[in-house]
Design a protein around this ligand. Structure first.
Ligand SMILES: Cc1cc2nc3c(=O)[nH]c(=O)nc-3n(C[C@H](O)[C@H](O)[C@H](O)COP(=O)(O)O)c2cc1C
Length: 238
């Protein structure tokens, strides 16, 4: 699991009255810090093995179902939403919208009721449920026009949220299995918002808390090899 975000960058060091050599020395020391990701290695985590060097965070993140149910502090909730806010989007339209509910709060029942039964089985111990919606129109030259990348952009926001959660020692799992029309009515979702996913956010717990069939599945999944996904110049034919 990753340590929280605090890192001293060179600009902060240079802002002090210390001389430039000290800043360079301190930064070099920081770059040798074993807690920093080693970008020359091929990261491996719980059955996942990268084909090429990437930040270990990408390999270590996975969507858990087993959570402690403990309250999520604002520092975590707003930091994961903040990470999502900084996602890229078409024309910087930022179509993502978030509606959240804390476990045990007055709104929790309305959120939880939206989940399909198979998802309710594990999401009961999430600390928060976050509805991710996206604006289907955007402003261009003062006019509302159809947005063409709102779902794609919302996906980028979800990915950033999930990575940030992992980095804070929390976990997020996207849930497409929920009742969208019911959500629209129950949560007052405006007509021009498209419902994307509900996100379960929780503190990882031991998988033994899950029912046997889910316990069996509670492990990081693998990925197709990059060689089956990325090609140069032209797609292979046939
Ligand atoms: C759009 C979307 C919808 C999903 N819907 C569900 C769902 O309804 N229930 C569930 O248990 N997991 C759901 N997942 C989680 C995926 O199954 C999971 O992300 C995938 O297996 C990859 O595993 P990983 O996230 O642990 O790497 C969803 C994920 C995405 C991105």
């Amino acid at each position: 699991m990753h340590s929280p975000l605090s890192q001293t960058g060179p600009s902060q060091l240079l802002a002090s009255p210390r001389s430039a050599w000290f800043a360079a020395f301190a930064w070099a020391l920081g770059s040798l810090n074993p807690s920093r990701p080693n970008m020359t290695a091929l990261p491996r985590s719980a059955g996942r093995q990268a084909d090429h060097p990437v930040d270990p965070l990408f390999i270590e993140r996975w969507s858990r179902r087993a959570y402690t149910g403990e309250p999520v502090p604002d520092a975590v909730l707003f930091t994961v939403l903040e990470a999502a806010r900084w996602a890229p989007s078409g024309g910087n339209s930022q179509p993502w919208r978030f509606l959240y509910s804390h476990r045990g709060s007055a709104s929790w029942g309305a959120f939880f009721d939206l989940l399909l039964p198979g998802n309710q089985r594990w999401a009961a111990y999430a600390s928060a449920l976050i509805l991710l919606a996206s604006e289907t129109t955007r402003l261009r030259d003062g006019q509302r026009v159809k947005a063409t990348s709102h779902s794609f952009d919302a996906g980028a926001a979800w990915a950033q949220l999930a990575l940030q959660a992992e980095k804070l020692g929390w976990s997020a799992r996207a849930i497409g299995g929920f009742e969208k029309e019911k959500a629209r009515l129950a949560l007052g979702v405006p007509d021009d918002l498209s419902l994307e996913v509900v996100i379960a956010l929780g503190k990882p717990a031991g998988a033994a808390m899950l029912p046997a069939d889910l316990l069996e599945k509670e492990a990081p999944t693998s990925r197709l090899p990059l060689s089956a996904l990325a090609f140069e110049g032209r797609f292979p034919q046939g």
